[in-house]
Design a protein around this ligand. Structure first.
Ligand code: CO8
Length: 257
């Protein structure tokens, strides 16, 4: 399928979505939003794909929502259109999604990275919620997801001042899983995605669901949910294969079923 603002590629069981509006530092306009969601949903439905990577360019993962597209809008118009609500569909993708971030991940760009399951950061990455400098607040989940990722003090400070966090601080604060050299970002993201895509798909999907559940429910409910999902995993052919392979001291041959 031909897209205007993104590039897509598959290699084995890994799909990559590259944000591609270089003239606007990958600012997220409505077309880009619809295309990312369509591509991600397509890969989610494709049985041959086990993991999705979302990335940008060396200079910018994404420099935020498209300010030029939003600037002249009125409140009622934003409300009636429920501007940017469709991004929530990305969080309903059931397969693991890695954000591979180099350069600026600001405003909606930082929020998009945080909607993914984890962030792999280049040492050039810079994260921020600078909406306050535009006279507005984060609108794609930043005040919620950043707070859960780095805690109240840092999230408040970042959202109230709009300052950027570099990759090292982001790793130290729990916003990113790992930092890699900028020129190795795509290679490392592909390796990680390949590792995940090589695991049993019902297991990786259930892990994603279970970890995400921890943000929604009490500890007791979450542990009960995890246990039920663990029990149901014994219906999977991959559970039989994975455990047999361990006992027979060989690599498992998962069938993703
Ligand atoms: N939107 C539109 N265009 C942008 C954006 C953006 N967010 N960011 C950069 N661009 C454009 C610039 O206008 C410029 O275009 P042109 O060449 O036509 O003037 C081009 O990209 C290159 O940018 P710069 O010349 O500014 O590049 P620099 O290297 O000098 O600076 C920065 C890079 C620091 C990243 C700078 O571009 C910048 O500060 N960008 C804006 C960052 C920002 O404020 N982001 C937050 C946006 S608001 C937001 O994300 C809210 C999300 C929730 C909305 C939900 C609605 C319900």
């Amino acid at each position: 399928m031909a897209y205007e603002t993104i590039l897509t590629e598959t290699q084995g069981r890994v799909a990559t979505i590259t944000l591609n509006r270089p003239q606007a530092l990958n600012a997220l306009n409505a077309t880009l939003m619809n295309e990312v969601i369509a591509a991600a949903k397509g890969f989610d439905a494709d049985a041959g794909i086990g993991c999705i990577v979302i990335t940008g360019s060396a200079k910018a993962f994404a420099a935020g929502a498209d300010i030029k597209e939003m600037a002249g809008r009125e409140a009622t118009e934003m409300y009636l259109a429920d501007w940017f609500a469709p991004w929530e569909e990305l969080t309903r993708v059931r397969k693991p999604i890695i954000a591979a971030v180099a350069g600026f991940a600001l405003g909606g760009g930082c929020e998009l990275a945080m909607m993914c399951d984890f962030i792999l950061a280049a040492d050039s990455a810079k994260f921020g919620q600078p909406e306050v400098k535009l006279g507005v607040i984060p609108g794609m989940g930043g005040s919620q997801r950043l707070t859960r990722a780095v805690g109240k003090a840092k999230a408040m400070e970042m959202c109230l001042t709009g300052r950027f966090m570099d990759a090292e601080e982001a790793e130290r604060s729990g916003l990113v899983a790992r930092i890699v050299p900028a020129d190795k970002l795509l290679e490392e993201a592909a390796k990680l995605a390949e590792t995940i895509a090589g695991m049993s798909l019902p297991a990786t999907m259930a892990i994603k669901e279970s970890v995400n559940r921890s943000f929604e429910v009490t500890l007791a409910e979450g542990v009960r949910f995890e246990r039920r999902v663990f029990h149901s995993g014994f219906a999977n052919a991959d559970q039989k294969e994975g455990m047999a392979a361990f006992i027979e001291k060989r690599a498992p041959n998962f069938k993703h079923s």
